[in-house]
Design a protein around this ligand. Structure first.
Ligand code: PMP
Length: 459
């Protein structure tokens, strides 16, 4: 650790954690016998826990967030200066960093025009859902209100975003969910439901079937991740996205792309959808927007959608009647401006492409070496390796063994992820999403650790 803290200094923190904290997405029983992990410091690609142990972070803060790495003084200083000048005012008024970041962001998103600030990815998605519903009421007598989502995709932890959640076991015990959300099939080629020459188009055509079944005049929007993240790092098959766009245009359905993970550089382009030549109507983003230096998320839409909300100045209901208190915090956009400048000035998109190639190359080598690696997928610094006990039947590796691989890496001081633990059959994909500053040694250290872990766990 860089600070002078010793593990003894933090005994009170560990005790307070045990006594009062409710950790996210965690079972708490294990903490009765083991210490909770508390991350106390970070620099570059590395973090230190309360025992002073150093870890190489292969997942950017656990959940694809710290894109520019830890310990960025430049961001901290910009946030400090902004907070002292003006920390908060509700977004019915504007702010200096809010306007400036919006302008910079829109410059990276041809065809998009308006930025709505909120706090989390879930909230950004809900705002888009609400707009779709309001558009349905304003233009289609409430009819075109259904929102389609895809199996294996995730859009958030609130009840409306869970209603659009395709990860079944996450949703168990939280229903009933909101009406008007309809699932379409996933597009994971490795587990394709049919044998066909053009799986991508076939998978997109399954969406059209759902639209026809539901009635196109009842469907307002289609919400998709550009690459499914927590549901298994599912890169879209060739031909998928162009066909999706075609279908949306054919039935006048708004295309909402959830860039909460891919947004701001993760795949080597500013946004994931920009790899596939599509033009969305809504784009939501969160994690990488300010790399976790401040809580900020954005719902971005087009001028066309914006115009739909100012049709009738005499109608008192004819505007987006929505607010998010902390959308007015200036720390978020102040941090986001610096975050974006760092990515540009340090050439981190280019680095992401280069290091992403290296990472995919290393994962392919692991697939050659270990029969348990059934499939490797990814784009930029967003990669996954699906583990199977049998390559022919593609039987998913048991969760316990996947977690043993993660634990083996952790014991060596290397943090990697696995797709959501609570989802049987979905929890067999190892996830790697290092910060965009990763160098060749970091990439090799990550995959070397996985290599040793696979040997240890699977032989
Ligand atoms: N969409 C996607 C694709 C995500 O991965 C997540 C978070 N993991 C969310 C939405 C929700 O974001 P948040 O946790 O900030 O609400």
């Amino acid at each position: 650790m860089n600070t002078q803290l010793t593990p003894n200094d933090l005994t009170d923190v560990v005790e307070a954690d045990r006594a009062h904290l409710w950790h996210h997405l965690s079972q708490h029983k294990p903490y009765e016998t083991t210490d909770p992990r508390i991350i106390v410091e970070g620099k570059g690609m590395r973090v230190w826990d309360q025992k002073g142990k150093e870890h190489l972070d292969g997942v950017s803060g656990g959940v694809w967030t710290v894109n520019v790495g830890y310990g960025r003084e430049r961001i901290a200083n910009a946030v400090r200066d902004q907070l002292l000048q003006m920390n908060y005012f509700a977004q019915s008024a504007g702010s200096i960093p809010g306007s400036r970041f919006a302008e910079k962001l829109i410059a990276k998103m041809p065809g998009m025009s308006r930025v709505y600030y909120v706090n989390s990815g879930s909230e950004a998605n809900e705002k888009a859902f609400k707009m779709v519903r309001q558009i349905a009421h304003k233009r289609y007598g409430g009819q075109k209100h259904k929102i389609l989502y895809r199996a294996r995709d995730y859009h958030g932890s609130t009840l409306a975003t869970m209603s659009a959640g395709g990860q079944y076991e996450r949703n168990a015990q939280y229903g009933p969910f909101a009406p008007g959300f309809v699932e379409v099939p996933h597009c994971l080629e490795y587990r394709a439901q049919v044998e066909t020459e053009n799986y991508g188009e076939w998978a997109a055509d399954q969406i059209e079937e759902v639209i026809l079944r539901e009635g196109p005049d009842t469907v307002g929007a289609l919400c998709l991740e550009p690459i499914t993240a927590g549901g298994g790092v599912i890169t879209p098959p060739e031909g998928y996205w162009p066909r999706v766009q075609e279908i949306c245009r054919k039935y006048d359905i708004l295309l909402h792309i959830d860039e909460v993970v891919c947004g701001i550089g993760r795949t080597g382009t500013w946004f994931g959808y920009q790899n596939y030549g599509v033009q969305p109507d809504f784009v939501t983003m969160a994690k990488g927007v300010a790399s976790g230096y401040a809580a900020i998320a954005c719902m971005v839409t087009t001028e066309k959608v914006f115009e739909m909300f100012k049709l009738d100045p005499n109608d008192p209901l004819d505007y987006f009647r929505d607010i998010s208190t902390f959308g007015g915090c200036t720390a978020g956009p102040a941090a986001a401006i610096e975050n974006m400048a760092i990515i540009e000035e340090e050439g981190l998109l280019e680095n992401t492409l280069r290091m992403g190639e290296r990472l995919m190359g290393n994962l392919h080598a692991l697939k050659e070496k270990h029969r348990v690696v059934g499939d490797v997928r990814g784009k930029g610094l967003f990669c996954g390796a699906e583990l199977v006990t049998d390559r022919a039947s593609k039987e998913p590796a048991p969760e316990k063994m996947v977690q043993a691989v993660v634990a083996h890496c952790m014991a060596e001081g290397v943090i990697i992820g696995a797709t959501n633990r609570s989802i049987p059959g979905f929890n067999n994909t190892l996830c790697l999403s290092p910060a965009l500053i990763a160098g060749p040694d970091d990439i090799d250290a990550l995959t070397d650790a996985i290599d040793r872990a696979l040997t240890s766990v699977f032989g």
